[in-house]
Design a protein around this ligand. Structure first.
Ligand code: C5P
Length: 314
């Protein structure tokens, strides 16, 4: 039986600005997203029975219908009812931390869509897969595309920007701390709604969009000016997540104290990252943070930027 193994990359947000609250309950965003080479490994195997099975040894990963992998299969079957008789067995090797702001679940759903398109010879284009995937989650289109991208709307509207490939990142997350994304956005809305645009009003939205301050980091990326990229990292959600999680705030201070190009929280957190220009510098910062915070609950990784979101294992 045919099988494919794919690597699904984590993402970080180099920039996340909240523009306003949308009528559909989501938030209008301006983001710069970046794939990093910390990957889950997903094997899809065709089976002759029309069953869909998911295996994962990680104790915190649900293998029932709540997992985005199974939701992705359901979405395809709903859109293409002729697939209802096809079966697949999926094995997930989880390396990306969960509830971390690194889009691990979204990336797995992206790999499932890309993998099934191959396994079931569906012939969908990448754009078609991206458009379909937006129904499952705001980050999934980016996870399919990968590299470096400007993301607006809910996060699903992608604009190309030159891919950054020569940068490295140290990632740090307390194993026992996870942040609920809906909670983070809701808290921001409660506390900072005075900064919001009424985005159902076109003129107000356009006025607010003119004041989006992503310009300097986008220019820095276009010019591949690493120092400027590092100094223009930004995330509105830090305003609510850091005060609520003292240890994450402390971790951010410790990470930032060891140099690097810049330090920021990714997405809704609680992962904190520091950018560097070399693998050696990333490893050095990792060692220093480990020495400063010798808590076994603190997990650290170093990874390079990557231009691909989902790739076939060679
Ligand atoms: O799209 P996704 O399922 O990843 O979003 C998870 C949650 O994050 C949403 O249910 C919503 O509460 C919040 N969210 C938001 N605005 C966005 C993206 C996500 O409010 N643009």
């Amino acid at each position: 039986m045919t099988s494919y193994t794919l690597l699904s990359a984590a993402k970080i947000n180099l920039y996340l600005e909240i523009i306003g609250h949308r009528p559909d309950g989501f938030h209008e965003l301006a983001m710069v997203m970046q794939s990093v080479d910390l990957c889950d490994r997903i094997t899809l195997k065709e089976v002759s029975m029309p069953v869909r099975r998911l295996y994962c040894e990680h104790p915190q990963v649900p293998t029932d219908g709540s997992n985005l992998i199974l939701k992705a299969i359901d979405l395809l079957t709903e859109k293409f009812p002729e697939l209802v008789h096809r079966g697949v067995e999926i094995t997930l090797e989880k390396n990306i931390p969960i509830g971390a702001g690194l889009a691990g679940g979204s990336s797995n759903a992206a790999a499932t869509l890309v993998g099934l398109n191959l396994l079931w010879q569906m012939g969908l284009t990448q754009i078609e897969l991206e458009q379909l995937s937006a129904q499952l989650g705001s980050d999934i289109p980016f996870c399919i595309r990968g590299g470096t991208a400007i993301a607006t709307g809910r996060g699903e509207v992608l604009d190309p920007i030159p891919s950054l490939s020569d940068l490295y990142v140290v990632l740090a997350k307390y194993d026992s701390i996870s942040v609920s994304t809906p909670w983070a956005y809701k808290s921001y809305r409660t506390e900072f709604s005075d900064r919001y645009a009424d985005i159902s009003n076109r003129a107000t939205l356009q006025d607010r969009q003119r004041r989006v301050h992503a310009g300097p980091i986008v220019t820095a990326i276009n010019q591949k000016n690493n120092a400027s990229i590092g100094s223009h990292l930004y995330n509105d959600l830090e305003r609510v997540v850091l005060p609520a999680y003292e240890k994450v705030m402390q971790l951010r201070h410790t990470m930032a104290s060891h140099g690097g190009l810049g330090t920021m929280m990714s997405g809704s957190g609680p992962t904190i990252f520091t950018l560097t220009t070399t693998q050696a510098a990333a490893d050095d910062i990792l060692t220093k943070v480990r020495a400063d915070l010798p808590d076994p609950d603190l997990k650290l990784w170093s990874a390079c930027f990557t231009a691909t979101g989902i790739r076939l294992e060679s």
